[in-house]
Design a protein around this ligand. Structure first.
Ligand code: TYC
Length: 108
C-alpha cells in the first residue's frame, strides 16, 4: 500500500519533485484616468470621485487639484469590466450635465 521504496531498491532516494506554477492567474488591471479640461466645475469632479470611486471628500479635492494642475491623474485601478463601467458612469453623468469631462482607462 505504501509508495515508499525500500531503502535499497533501485531509485531509492531519487524521487523527483516537480514544481508546478500556481494555476490561479491574477486578472490584468487597468488604470482609470481623469483628464483636465477648462470648463468642468471643480465641485463636479469632486462629486464624481466620491460617487463612483468611493474616495473621501478631502482626498477627492486633492486628486481633483492634481488633475487640474498636472493634466491627469490615476483615480483607481480595476479589472477590465469594472474600469470600463466606471468610465461609462463618469462619462454619462458628465454628458447629462453638459460638462466636457473626460475619463479613460488603460492597461496598468
Ligand atoms: N480645470 C477645471 C477648472 O478649472 C477643473 C477640473 C479638474 C476639470 C479636474 C476636470 O478632471 C478635471 N474648472
Amino acid at each position: 500500500m505504501s509508495d515508499k521504496k525500500s531503502p535499497d531498491a533501485p531509485g531509492a532516494g531519487t524521487d523527483v519533485i516537480v514544481e508546478t506554477k500556481p494555476k490561479t492567474k491574477k486578472p490584468p488591471l487597468y488604470k482609470v484616468l481623469m483628464l483636465n479640461d477648462d470648463y468642468t466645475p471643480m465641485e463636479f469632479v469632486v462629486h464624481v470621485l466620491e460617487r463612483f470611486f468611493q474616495i473621501n471628500h478631502s482626498q477627492a479635492i486633492e486628486i481633483m487639484l492634481t488633475v487640474h494642475k498636472k493634466g491627469l491623474a490615476v483615480v483607481g485601478v480595476f479589472p477590465y469590466e469594472i474600469a470600463e463601467t466606471k468610465v461609462n458612469q463618469v462619462m454619462d453623468l458628465a454628458r447629462k450635465n453638459q460638462h466636457p469631462l473626460q475619463c479613460t482607462f488603460e492597461k496598468e
